[in-house]
Write a protein that binds this ligand. Structure first.
Ligand code: SF4
Length: 348
């Protein structure tokens, strides 16, 4: 029996859950780990202040000292997933907050292996990072780990458009994403592009340009998020002052549906929306209704008889953008700082 037959109807897009079930034979859940990394967009290596939507106050070393060790975070995460879902085929250790490749390579290896060896139930790793913070030695390490286990490297691409990246205060450009993917394609790990729809000033056409560039970049997976605003961020303040309008739900549904149609059918769709805890979220409130939003996106795909990739054009060519290498300031900061003291606390 095929997966579609088990589900009862053909999927309109390639969901992450289905792909994990195919690979691991059952439900696999990610356990988010905060290993105490900071970010070159916060500590001054490439900029200060961080992205306009990111609450990076928690990245300061003094707050990080109070973090639970990685092993404890994993144990607690596994326990709470078991409570919620019962039988689970495995867990992916997900290094999520901040820039999880921003440390000396030997320390990264120690940390990633610590997570993998925590329990036989850990079936892989997911590592979130910036496209300008993936040096060749880091990619070599991740490639080596991917020969041993499942690994996904998630790049915060956010948009194809440099003006949007500047508005977000990302302090990297699309050229960094091109360079990171040029050096990642063909390796043994999966690559995932994290994309945000609904940035101020970005038109629907520009978002669709980002969608088309997914096929050009050759990523294996994509995470699509609506822009949302949380407290204690520059974006949150702008929204509260009425200077930035967040995307309406209908416009977002339309954008996601068309986005899915424009990307290759083999790209795994890890997410189609994002949200935050209700007391922390400023808006949009509609993103809190995650399952209803997903159902509305699926209904729209059915109404249009549309499928992921049915408008993908393999011959589409993007305007040329020069690849940009990892800024020397990032490698210099890692070198001058040495091992992150906070991460030392995470070891056994
Ligand atoms: S790059 Fe990531 S961690 Fe760094 S400030 Fe932006 S969102 Fe936050």
């Amino acid at each position: 029996m095929t997966l579609d037959q088990q589900i009862g109807e053909p999927r309109r897009f390639r969901t992450f859950g289905d792909e994990l079930r195919k690979r691991f034979g059952g439900r696999v859940q990610r356990i988010s780990i905060d290993a105490g990394f900071t970010c070159p967009n916060v500590d001054g290596a490439v900029a200060q202040g961080g992205c306009n939507f990111c609450d990076n106050r928690s990245f300061s070393p003094s707050r990080r000292v109070r973090l639970a060790a990685v092993a404890d975070q994993l144990s607690r995460g596994i326990q709470s997933v078991r409570k919620r879902y019962g039988k689970v085929a495995g867990f992916i250790a997900y290094f999520q907050p901040a820039t999880n490749t921003y440390a000396p390579v030997d320390q990264l290896e120690e940390l990633y292996r610590l997570a993998l060896q925590h329990s036989p139930e850990i079936v892989g790793l997911a590592i979130g990072t910036r496209p300008d913070c993936a040096s060749d030695p880091v990619l070599d390490l991740i490639d080596q780990l991917a020969a041993e286990t499942y690994v996904s490297l998630e790049y915060g691409m956010q948009s194809r458009h440099d003006a949007t990246l500047a508005w977000m205060n990302r302090a990297h450009q699309h050229g960094h994403m091109i360079d990171a993917m040029n050096r990642s394609r063909g390796r043994r790990f999966e690559t995932c592009a994290h994309v945000i729809l609904g940035a101020a000033g970005e038109t629907h056409e520009q978002m669709m340009h980002t969608a088309r560039s997914i096929g050009v970049l050759g990523v294996d997976a994509v995470k699509i998020h609506n822009l949302y605003a949380v407290r204690n961020t520059p974006l949150g303040e702008s929204v509260l002052r009425g200077e930035v309008q967040l995307m309406e739900r209908d416009a977002y549904i339309r954008a996601v549906v068309e986005f899915l149609r424009l990307i290759p059918e083999q790209v795994i769709v890890e997410r189609i929306s994002g949200d935050a805890p209700p007391d922390y979220l400023i808006g949009p409130q509609w993103c809190l209704e995650k399952s209803e939003l997903r159902a509305a996106i699926e209904r729209e795909l059915v109404r249009l008889n549309a499928f992921q990739g049915d408008r993908y054009d393999p011959d589409w060519r993007d305007e040329p953008v020069a690849p940009l290498p990892t800024p020397p300031a990032i490698a210099a900061r890692i070198g001058s700082r040495g091992r992150l003291p906070v991460l030392k606390l995470q070891g056994r």
